[in-house]
Design a protein around this ligand. Structure first.
Ligand code: NAD
Length: 353
């Protein structure tokens, strides 16, 4: 029997396709804006400038200082640039770091956001903002954070390096994995996440061999949209908590850390909710944690926290921090459970469940 559910609706307008970047001006006008500040990382400054040039007088300028984990100092600089340029909205062109900066500006100024994602991290469809200040990362949810428009242009993902393609896809799969057992899940999200598993399973191996394969890029970006939508609608649990601790308190790289943790957090929870995680084991192989580990290995993903540079001596402190604030998880845990999970992820061993 279908269980009772609430579907909150999807309020963000989404454009998906190849060459959709060309529709940015129309979307800006549709929102009633005419002076957009275009945001990017230093790495993608040329793309941001090209978009601003294309928008002509509808662009108020470019701010290319976005950085990982949304440092508040960068946000303050960007807000000064936003005010000086008399901008009336932001366009975030890039991965989760750039989207985070756009959200940080929006929640402080009320500015509308158009997001043009170029990775699979999945920040664009969510009402979540993580920010760092004084070395501490805090996360909040607020409807004002959720972007108004998302433009997925497959062409912009053709340049995504193979390594980030793989880890970013595993980052997205982690959103779906936790959505499958989320207490507030709904059938729309479940269907989207199921289809995302299929699409990533077929597209990522193709992209490892040929990162410019446009059909596989389209499949992967579509899957990323599904997973981002899940992240924006339902609660996350142990996996996201651990990734947040390792990123926020130990400076671990975002996508790679998600990639390494995923088989281990999946295995931990699959031991008690194997049926809810069947959409994962159906696609990647059973049991779910081992299936994801095999997939990660087959596409040359990093497998151990040790390889990412985390010292074994940090695992005790990471486990302690992860226990600080209570949060829901399908399988209860103690500090020893978390410590054992982190040890397995640090060593990169194939999980048993
Ligand atoms: P990123 O945005 O930091 O990008 C990594 C690097 O890749 C950057 O230098 C970027 O310019 C470059 N890059 C991005 N797309 C490219 C492309 N197509 N071609 C060439 N280079 C490209 O990495 P990310 O993994 O997308 O985002 C990580 C950040 O996003 C973290 O800070 C994380 O906390 C945040 N995040 C937030 C949410 C949320 O809902 N709040 C969700 C997911 C991730």
């Amino acid at each position: 029997m279908t269980r009772a559910f609430t579907f909150p609706g999807i309020t963000t307008r989404v454009l998906f396709g190849s060459g959709t970047l060309a529709q940015t001006g129309e979307e800006l006008a549709r929102l009633g804006h005419s002076r957009a500040l275009v945001l990017s990382t230093p790495n993608q400054k040329d793309d941001a400038q090209a978009l601003a040039d294309r928008l002509g007088t509808s662009a108020a300028g470019v701010f290319a200082g976005a950085a990982m984990h949304t440092p508040v100092e960068v946000t303050e600089q960007a807000i000064s640039a936003f005010a000086e340029a008399k901008a009336d909205c932001v366009i975030s062109l890039g991965g989760g770091s750039t989207t985070g900066l756009g959200k940080a500006i929006a929640v402080r100024t009320g500015a509308d956001q158009i997001v043009i994602p170029t990775t699979y991290a999945g920040s664009e469809m969510t009402d979540i903002l993580g920010e760092t200040s004084g070395g501490e990362k805090t996360t909040r949810r607020d409807p004002a954070i959720r972007p108004e428009v998302v433009i997925y242009d497959v062409d912009l993902t053709l340049t995504l390096p193979v390594g980030l393609t793989v880890t970013s896809a595993l980052n997205a799969i982690a959103h779906a994995m936790e959505a499958f057992y989320a207490p507030d899940r709904n059938p729309v999200i479940e269907a989207m996440c199921r289809d995302a598993m299929r699409a990533f399973k077929t597209s990522i191996p193709v992209l490892v061999a040929d990162p410019t394969n446009r059909d596989a890029r389209a499949e992967a970006l579509y899957a990323a949209w599904c997973c981002s939508t899940a992240l924006g609608q339902v609660s996350m649990a142990l996996h996201h908590k651990l990734a947040h601790v390792l990123g926020g308190s130990f400076g671990m790289p975002h996508a790679e850390t998600h990639a390494v943790l995923l088989p281990h957090t999946t295995a931990y929870n699959a031991a008690v909710v194997p049926d809810l995680l069947k959409p994962i084991s159906d696609v990647f192989g059973a049991p779910a944690g081992a299936g994801l580990w095999d997939f990660a290995k087959s596409v040359n993903a990093p497998l151990s926290l040790a390889d990412l540079g985390l010292a074994q001596a940090d695992l005790d402190r990471a486990a302690t921090i992860a226990l600080k604030n209570a949060y829901w998880n399908p399988r209860p845990f103690t500090e020893t459970d978390i410590r054992n999970l982190l040890q397995a992820a640090w060593e990169g061993t194939r999980p048993a469940s």
